[in-house]
Structures are given as C-alpha cells and as structure tokens.
Design a protein around this ligand. Structure first.
Ligand code: ADE
Ligand code: ZN
Ligand code: ZN
Length: 257
C-alpha cells in the first residue's frame, strides 16, 4: 500500500511537471541569464534574491499558480494565438497573458521605491515568465489550449503536443544537467549575443508564435514523435533556451543599469 501511495505521488508530480517548460528548461534559462548579468545587475540581484541564485526559484511560479492567493496568475504563463490571427488581432485574455505580465513586472521593477518583498516576488516571476515566453507551446492556439488537447504519441505512448515541448524534447535532446546545458549553449560571440538580446518582449513573443505555428505544421495530430522528431527539433529547443537566457539577462541588466 505504501509503495502504491509513493508511486501515485510520483506520477502526480510528474504529471503536474508537464505544465510549463519543465524545471530543466527554466533552470537552464535562469543559469544562462545569471552568467550574462552586468556587475551592477549581479550585485542588485544578490540583494533582491537574498543570496540565492536565479536558478533556485525559477519554477516557483508554476508550483503556486493554483494555490490560494495566486489563482490570478494562472494565465500569465502563456499567450494564445489561433490560426488566422496574430497577437494583435486575437481576443485578449482578460486576466492577462505572458506578455502583459512581463511588461507589468518590468515596469514595476524599474521603480526604485518598490517594497523589498514585492521586488523579490516580481523578480522571481520575471525570471520564470521570460522562460515561458520562449517555450513554443506557450504561444499556441486557444482552440486546443496551447496543444494540451492536441493528441500525439511520444515513443508510442499517448500524450499531447504541449507536454512534449515543455520537457520531453529537452530531456531527449541531451542528457545534461542545467549547468551543463548552460555551459554548452552559452558560447556565442559578442555580436551574436547582442543580436539575440536586441528587440523587445513583443518581438520575442511574435517569434515564439511563429515557432509554435511551425511546430503544429511539423507535428500533425496523431503523429508518433520519436528519435527522428528529437533529431529534427533539438536545435530549435537549444535556440529557445539560449535566447530565453540572453534576453532575461538583457531585461535585468536594463532594470538595474
Ligand atoms: N495551459 C493551460 N491552458 C493553456 C493554454 N490555453 N495555452 C497554453 N498553455 C496553457
Ligand atoms: Zn510557467
Ligand atoms: Zn507548459
């Protein structure tokens, strides 16, 4: 019975984990950002995060989004754009989306008089949400809830398109720890880094919407995604994690310049 209970708990945790970039994706993005902070931003963040690293709480907003007091944040993790729409023409999510939430956090954090504990919460949120902004199926269609209702199989096991892009594609692409991922990806020259960091969160959102449309095209409903799928998409997942990391650093460097 005890074994059954443990198995149930583990399965529940794994199922819950499939709701945003998995922890690995958020940790990689936070770690890449941390490696690219200016000295000023690094010093400010050490204070704001009470000496913890940017990785420590990178998945916290996913863990609390259904808890009392945080329900209003559930829609801040994604944006939906149906076929035939752009972000601008799509009806807005009334409770806010990943773009409006990032804009709000960024503006608030620029206010020097922000209360310390609010600053900590908003910083943790921003670290997480810039990750979600780069998670392809977090800019999917509303009609299938960002791919959650879009059935496919993963190595013949039934699942959905959203779930594999949150974590399984990452985990299958390389068997690296978050710091090994960061070490392997964060090798761009200054010019490339500058190009990736340029633009605005709205530009980055448009890019993710395009990527999600490409993924729908590449993955017809009912497909089986296996080794070929991982091979064909590993560069894309690497690119999104790297861009997320550099751009998160760019926002924090600007906030604490
Ligand atoms: N998670 C829950 N609902 C979602 C949606 N509509 N799009 C993306 N992710 C989601
Ligand atoms: Zn999330
Ligand atoms: Zn997700």
């Amino acid at each position: 019975m005890k074994k059954l209970f443990i198995l149930f708990t583990v399965c529940t945790l794994l199922a819950e984990g499939a709701m945003a970039w998995g922890q690995k994706g958020h940790d990689v993005i936070a770690n890449i950002a941390e490696r690219n902070l200016t000295p000023k931003a690094k010093k400010a963040l050490a204070e704001v995060l009470g000496g913890r690293s940017m990785v420590y709480d990178s998945s916290f907003p996913d863990q609390v989004k259904k808890m009392p007091g945080y329900e209003g944040t559930a829609t801040w993790h994604y944006v939906n754009v149906d076929d035939g729409y752009t972000y601008e023409t799509m009806p807005r999510e009334p409770k806010g989306d990943v773009y409006t939430a990032i804009s709000f956090m960024t503006e608030q954090l620029k206010d020097r008089n922000l209360d310390d504990s609010v600053r900590n919460t908003y910083t943790v949120m921003l670290i997480h949400l810039v990750g979600d902004l780069h998670c392809p199926m977090h800019a999917g269609r509303r009609s299938d809830r960002g791919g959650n209702d879009y059935k496919i199989t993963w190595f013949r096991q039934p699942t959905n398109l959203h779930s594999i892009w949150d974590s399984r594609v990452i985990e299958a692409a390389h068997n690296w720890s978050y710091s090994e991922w960061a070490e392997q990806l964060d090798r761009c020259d200054k010019q490339t880094k500058r190009e990736i960091m340029s633009g605005t969160p709205l530009d980055w959102l448009h890019e993710t919407v395009d990527i999600s449309k490409l993924i729908y095209r590449n993955t017809p409903e009912g497909s089986d995604c296996g080794y070929d799928y991982v091979f064909e998409h590993s560069k894309l997942v690497e690119q999104q994690l790297l861009k997320g990391g550099y751009r998160l650093a760019a926002l924090l460097n600007e906030i604490y310049k």
